[in-house]
Design a protein around this ligand. Structure first.
Ligand code: MN3
Length: 251
């Protein structure tokens, strides 16, 4: 087996398998003109990460009546799947992101690299969104996370009020976030489109998201039409705080 045909496996679980995009009829290694020996190192500079659509982890009707089945089927099976597909296409032609996991890609993406910015953000954002919702209803923050919420916002109720306002007032399409700063202090922010607080080269408030709500109309319009506030209340009533605590702990 030639070196260039070696399928490199990555330990990055979120990246799934890594394949060498240079495998193909137009990527023959150059032979040294004097020795005739192929110099594979000139060809294998890295491998493009290939992402896959994560499972929801529950049935598409499991969040009813808060979020209806058809919204979930379209949102996960069409919208999120589309971001994953377009992200893989964008990455195959972008050696700057070879071998990176999704967090590294978001931290590195340039403002004008719209294919990776929009679709990488779309993939990360939705992957978090599915996990922070709990079928059967949410619970309440506890332990270290509850202490951090109280320290930053005064109370869980005050957090909910600020989070609601951030989600409600995000103009157009975007996301509202509960984020952790470098000092582990929590703050609330929002981003337009599929931008994410991990994007250090983009003009957003920077931090590590631990909870995110999608306020694009595709997330709620079938059931709630223009009543974004009702959707936000339904979402916040079923937050999986155990998952948020894991995100806060960096698990
Ligand atoms: Mn969405």
């Amino acid at each position: 087996m030639k070196k260039r045909d070696f399928l490199k496996l990555s330990g990055m679980a979120s990246a799934g398998i890594m394949i060498n995009p240079l495998i193909g009829c137009n990527s023959k290694p150059s032979a040294n003109e004097e020795t005739g020996v192929e110099d594979a190192t000139k060809v294998v500079a890295g491998t493009a990460s290939v992402f896959t659509l994560p499972e929801l982890g529950y049935a598409t009707n499991a969040l009813e009546p808060a979020i209806d089945q058809m919204t979930m089927e379209i949102h996960h099976g069409k919208h999120h799947a589309g971001y994953v597909k377009k992200l893989n296409i964008a990455l195959a032609d972008s050696p700057a992101y070879f071998d990176m996991d999704i967090n590294q890609i978001l931290a590195s993406v340039k403002e004008d690299d719209l294919g990776v910015r929009n679709n990488g953000g779309g993939h990360y954002n939705h992957s978090m969104y599915w996990k922070v919702m709990a079928p059967g209803g949410g619970n309440a923050p506890t332990g270290e996370l509850a202490e951090a919420i109280n320290a930053s916002f005064g109370s869980v109720e005050a957090f909910h009020e600020q989070f609601f306002n951030a989600a409600k007032t995000r103009f157009g399409s975007g996301w509202a976030w509960l984020c952790m700063g470098a000092d582990r202090k929590l703050f609330i922010t929002s981003t337009p489109n599929q931008d994410n607080p991990l994007m250090t080269n983009i003009d957003v408030e920077h931090g590590t998201p631990v909870l995110g709500i999608d306020v694009w109309e595709h997330a709620y319009y079938l059931n709630y039409q223009n009543k974004r506030g009702d959707y936000i209340k339904a979402f916040t009533s079923m937050i999986n705080w155990d998952q948020v605590a894991q995100n806060y702990a960096g698990v």
